[in-house]
Write a protein that binds this ligand. Structure first.
Ligand code: ATP
Ligand code: MG
Length: 228
């Protein structure tokens, strides 16, 4: 199972959501491997120490070699789920990672610019899959949403509906628990869950995992249990 986090826009939360989601999936019992296609190697730096979980591993790859890299990493780590993080630009990596994905998640903040860009990526996904004669599966994921619901958020939801963009009902809020991943190397599920911002992040990530499970069936063979 391959999940790609894709947006041509920088700073929308691709790397943060990749790390947090991968942590949630690993905590739920899956073996998760992150492929970092961003030449800045953001997620590799954040989680490279593998402090979070033995079930969570990261590798950096050149988009040109993605197919070979996926084969080698599958043999080495035997992941149940591979999550691909890409750079925020319209480069070849975007197309390659989208084409390989069972599900593409398009993160977007609640702003006109982010949602406009998300719609552009959705059209790109449709054209890539049309070329293969396959139906794509993608969802917009609202990220960096302010915890106190604002009118901006309501307008953002209305705009997503107007554009007929399929979207997750779960949103990722702006929380300290996400900001600190890069510094602590710990995703919310493996951080101090007694802290309120961490507990809230864990709850919304679990809701996101449940939505993804409904879409693609994440746990075909294994029980959804498993300790961290
Ligand atoms: N849900 C969130 N809550 C708080 N801060 C966040 C959240 N998501 C992202 N950030 C912060 O926003 C910044 C940009 O996030 P991130 O690096 O994940 O974006 P990106 O889409 O991967 O960017 P790029 O396109 O440059 O790779 C980072 O400093 C990160 O800590
Ligand atoms: Mg990034």
């Amino acid at each position: 199972m391959i999940i790609t986090l894709a947006s041509s826009k920088g700073g929308v939360g691709k790397s943060t959501t990749t790390a947090a989601l991968a942590g949630a999936l690993a905590h739920a019992g899956a073996r998760v491997h992150i492929v970092d296609l961003d030449s800045n190697h953001t997620v590799s730096r954040w989680l490279g120490g593998e402090r979070a979980s033995p079930r969570l591993s990261v590798s950096a790859a050149d988009p040109q070699d993605l197919t070979e890299h996926l084969t080698a990493m599958t043999a080495k780590h035997k992941p149940d789920i591979t999550v691909i993080d890409i750079a925020g630009s319209y480069e070849r990596a975007l197309t390659v990672a989208i084409a390989r994905a069972h599900l593409t998640i398009i993160p977007a903040g609640p702003s006109e610019a982010d949602i406009f860009e998300a719609a552009r990526v959705a059209r790109h996904i449709q054209s890539v899959f049309q070329a293969f004669g396959r139906a794509p599966l993608y969802r917009l994921l609202l990220t960096r949403v302010q915890p106190l619901a604002s009118h901006a958020q309501l307008y953002a939801c209305a705009e997503i509906e107007r554009l007929k963009m399929p979207a997750f009902s779960t949103a990722i809020h702006h929380r300290a628990a996400y900001m600190e991943i890069g510094l602590s190397g710990l995703t919310p599920h493996f951080s101090d869950r007694k802290r309120t911002p961490v507990a809230k992040a864990v709850a919304e990530l679990d809701a996101l995992v449940a939505e993804i499970d409904t879409l693609v069936g994440l746990w075909p063979k294994q029980a959804r249990k498993g300790a961290a």
